[in-house]
Design a protein around this ligand. Sequence first.
Ligand code: FAD
Ligand code: SIN
Length: 529
Amino acid sequence: MRKKVDFLIIGSGIAGLSYALKVADKGSVCIVTKNVADETATKYAQGGIAAVMYTPDTYEKHILDTMIAGDDLSNEEIVRICITESTDRVKELIEWGTHFDKTQSGKYSLGREGGHSEHRVLHHKDKTGAEIERALLQQIHEHKNIEMLENHFAIDLLTQHHLGLGVSRGMPDIQCYGAYVLCPDSGEVLTILSKITLLATGGAGNVYSTTTNPEIATGDGVAMAYRAKATIENMEFVQFHPTSLYNPNEKPSFLISEALRGFGGILKTRDGEEFMQKYDKRLSLAPRDIVARAIDTEMKLSGDDYVCLDCRHLDKNELIVNFPTIYAKCLSIGIDITKDPIPVVPAAHYQCGGIKVDAFCKTTLSNLYASGECSSTGLHGANRLASNSLLESAVFSHRAALETKKKIDTIDFRDDIPDWNAEGLKMNEEMILITQTTRELQSIMTNYVGIVRSNLRLKRALDRLEIIYRETEDLFDRSIITVEICELRNLINVAYLVIKMAMVRKESRGLHYSIDYPQKAPIKMNSRK
Ligand code: FAD
Ligand code: SIN
């Protein structure tokens, strides 16, 4: 089946939905999403969205905090754009129906998280993302120009390659004409032709064994863009959230929001000793790269499987009112956070790099845009400041909408793209091979490409990856397409990019720490154009 839309959006988190709402008055919009519409990382966001709302906060303070967290690798121009547009975008989310908590005086209640010099995080209890996703989806469902295809999986982007023309990385004017999309229920692959395509596919936390990310986070957008020869950057900067709930075998790992540390929670060893004073004067509220590494070091020193977050000294009622989800979750496994320390461990959480885009989300391919966690705007540099990612999605999707609405009338559909060819392919009888290979991949990344890296470990990871890459490509070439094999391929692709980019970074900076190069390289090497 073939379909034509002006705007094809892949992903239904904050990046995809906010873009859809902005372009829908200019043409037909189709949102393709691989699960039900709200199954996104956005829905699980806890702490909130950072924005400058009131004095004594200022744009300059938020800009400086973002630059410091990014460890000198953030693009200052992009940081300035994002922060100075933060207030307007948050007001827009409110106009679309998002409820953020207020204080008794009627002002927005602002939380604080690691690396922020002011209270500036707007939130809805500890389930901010669910509230944003709810409000956006309500608007989407009311819009007659927007079609939502749930349980549809984007396989690959369409380019000149599908017309039999050679396409190579770095070649000028590679065009994107839409995407092949699998409907797993019917097994049919749709050819969706579009004038503009926006990738809003989120992160890739599932490349690791332990992650806070939902199952949908398999790096599909980055892998699709890479195969289509777009430029990908900064993939070595994988953010591990310092505090996920230690509850072995639970997948994904439940997040214990940094907002809890902002509220006064203190990190301690299992023996009850505070340790952050050994690592940073900002203690439990230092930026995430520092806190996650400190926890990793403490766990290695003690041999313990976790450290603890102690909230027992905090006001019991306030704790329960402000963090109802965390309170209930912990209680469900026998931990009363008002009486017991919470066992926590770092978990893969956020992909700081991704598909390289400009200040309007334009990738290196014509008519292909990317926004949200799958993109790399240059905002986060070597480490993302907490609660800046929902903000980044809202700001840059808005900017993508401004640019693409201007362009849309100048673009034609490409009708001669052939349909998906499944001739000669057979059903893969051994799904277990895919499950096992996925676990193998996750254990390679966890064991060799985690918080602390070395040349030897990275080489081991690459050697092992090579084997599963070849086996999986072979299986892919022979099998009828399924979501599972596509996701595995995409995860392998992402793992390859993380390892390769980690190998060429001969320094330690932000989230990339190598025991072979413990120092930072002079900053010129890193300047981002
Ligand atoms: P997502 O919201 O992840 O949406 C991705 C969409 O793409 C999904 O709809 C998915 O189904 C779809 N998709 C992916 N691949 C395909 C495919 N092949 N075909 C079709 N559809 C596809 N950030 C903050 O700023 N503040 C917070 O408090 C915060 N808390 C967090 C808590 C948790 C537990 C997690 C996991 C993340 C948190 N983050 C937070 C990060 C933030 O939630 C994400 O970075 C952000 O929501 C990403 O939005 P997105 O629209 O880019 O992607
Ligand atoms: C959290 O609530 O700790 C997550 C915030 C974020 O990832 O930005």
